[in-house]
Ligand binder design. Structure first.
Ligand SMILES: NC(=O)c1ccc[n+]([C@@H]2O[C@H](COP(=O)([O-])OP(=O)(O)OC[C@H]3O[C@@H](n4cnc5c(N)ncnc54)[C@H](OP(=O)(O)O)[C@@H]3O)[C@@H](O)[C@H]2O)c1
Length: 457
């Protein structure tokens, strides 16, 4: 190689093609091009010694190129395109940042970019959770004959809990540890909504408010039904335990059945209610030596618990492990700059060749058993009559469920009252069947509301 070719190589900036330039993409663009100097050739030359790693976004792909953006695009450095192939097939592009979302075009773009030897940075939890094994296999295959800087990287820090560096932590900080349980409040929208409901605001009212504030989508299903958390806990479970869990096999309850009265009962027990994604090793012969259970559900969380501190749109993850005990990580789980910060951190790790080679370092064949064990809270709505508590007790006994406590506020309306039963630890399937039986009873006004509880008896 001639000396001029070497010089050219050493001053070549790292070129990024970004697919999507909306909420997250706008933040990524601003940070890379303005704060890190990607926009200015002067800055590129000035960042001596590391000039070849200075990133610049040379192309962004959007759906509508004529749409006005809420951030400035430096057209002297960046071309706006509308066909993802223009980025994927561009041999000058080193890294593809996928911040488009969805599992159709985005999946094809991510997989094809990897095949073409481009590293990928993405915030797309749905894409990762649904195609986890395929992505792992493709990265392995592409890298089979490559080493060091030549390997492609797949980085996804922004995909779970936006700005909290939980992916990197699980990839690199638990190597000598054994994780027993990961619990996460990973959805800011529902955390905001539950916080308002705790203050007495009805579900429908708080959903409208969250939509008006831009916290909830026009179609809120993915958030309120727990699907967003389900994708995220599948990713965290793979990182923590090495086991791939099919997302559609994860029991998933959202927050649509929770009402203000549940918060009143929770308060009387010194608890709050949070939507939690859980991945926990069951205990078979010793502590946490059994199958892995992964599930999403609203949970009764004691007010003093680490997870209870996540307020508003905040996220929190608690990890219970053999060496550390319980460690918690809290912070902003979404939004332009927190999420963009995680993307840019990934880009820089790829640029500096400090990005972990295997995106999911652990691989195991721990058995999966999503029929998880927990103490449960059950709220039963009923029309008042004689012997209701006795009948509930008999039904619980028929399912082998031991009742721990019964709570009931004084009845003011005999046509519509409710009572709460808490149970000793038992299986999810036992509670599901018990609630189905209670729903069929003459006194019941609909299906009981049930949820697991974080409580040590
Ligand atoms: N928003 C957050 O706080 C957050 C947090 C964590 C993770 N994420 C993840 O980050 C990703 C992006 O989210 P976002 O909130 O930034 O989404 P967004 O604001 O809706 O932006 C999506 C971008 O993708 C472009 N796009 C959509 N379909 C396209 C197509 N067929 N071809 C080319 N471009 C297309 C859109 O172009 P136009 O602008 O022309 O319509 C837009 O620029 C998602 O995977 C999301 O789950 C978001």
């Amino acid at each position: 190689m001639s000396s001029s070719a070497i010089l050219q190589t050493s001053i070549r900036p790292l070129r990024i093609g970004m697919i999507g330039a909306g909420t997250v993409g706008g933040g990524v663009y601003e940070i890379i091009m303005n704060r890190l100097g990607g926009s200015s050739n002067k800055s590129l030359a000035a960042s001596a010694g590391n000039a070849n790693n200075t990133p610049v976004i040379t192309k962004i792909c959007v759906r509508d190129a004529s749409k006005s953006r809420d951030f400035h695009i430096d057209t002297s450095a960046t071309e706006v395109v509308t066909d993802v192939k223009s980025i994927i097939n561009d041999s000058e592009i080193d890294i593809v940042v996928e911040v488009m979302g969805g599992t159709g075009i985005a999946k094809d773009a991510v997989m094809e970019s990897l095949r073409q030897g481009k590293s990928v940075v993405t915030a797309n939890k749905a894409l990762i959770a649904e195609n986890l094994q395929e992505i792992v296999s493709l990265v392995d295959k592409v890298n089979a004959n490559n080493v060091g800087a030549k390997t492609v990287k797949f980085a996804y820090e922004a995909s779970v809990c936006g700005g909290i560096p939980i992916i990197h932590t699980l990839q690199s900080c638990y190597k000598g540890d054994i994780i027993n349980e990961v619990m996460g409040i990973c959805n800011g929208t529902t955390n905001y909504m539950l916080g308002k409901m705790e203050q007495g605001v009805d579900y429908d009212e708080v959903l409208s408010e969250a939509q008006a504030l831009g916290y909830a989508e026009a179609d809120p299903t993915a958030d309120v039904e727990g699907h967003d958390v389900r994708a995220k806990i599948a990713i965290l479970a793979k990182l923590a335990f090495g086991t791939t869990v099919e997302v559609n096999t994860i029991p998933c309850m959202g927050i649509t059945n929770i009402s203000v009265v549940d918060f009143e009962y929770a308060k009387s027990m010194g608890c709050t209610i949070k939507l939690v994604g859980s991945a926990v090793r069951q205990s078979e012969f010793g502590e946490h030596d059994g199958a892995l259970s992964v599930y999403v559900s609203p949970k009764l969380v004691p007010n003093g618990h680490l997870l209870a501190s996540a307020s508003g749109c905040g996220n929190a993850v608690a990890i219970d492990s053999a060496n550390l005990g319980i460690a918690s990580f809290t912070g902003p789980g979404a939004g332009r700059y927190p999420t963009a910060n995680s993307i840019v951190a990934d880009v820089m790790r790829v640029a500096n060749n400090t990005c972990i080679a295997k995106p999911f370092p652990l691989s195991s064949n721990i058995e999966i058993d999503n029929d998880y064990v927990s103490a449960f809270y059950i709220r039963i709505s009923f029309q008042d009559g004689l012997g209701i508590i006795r009948q509930v007790g008999e039904l619980a006994e028929s399912q082998g469920v031991s009742i721990h406590s019964i709570l009931q506020q004084p009845i003011t309306d005999r046509m519509h009252a409710d009572t709460v039963v808490t149970t000793e630890p038992c299986k999810y399937s036992q509670i599901k069947t018990l609630c189905e039986l209670i729903e069929e009873a003459d006194f019941a006004l609909g299906a009981p509301v049930f949820m697991p509880m974080i409580i040590d008896y």
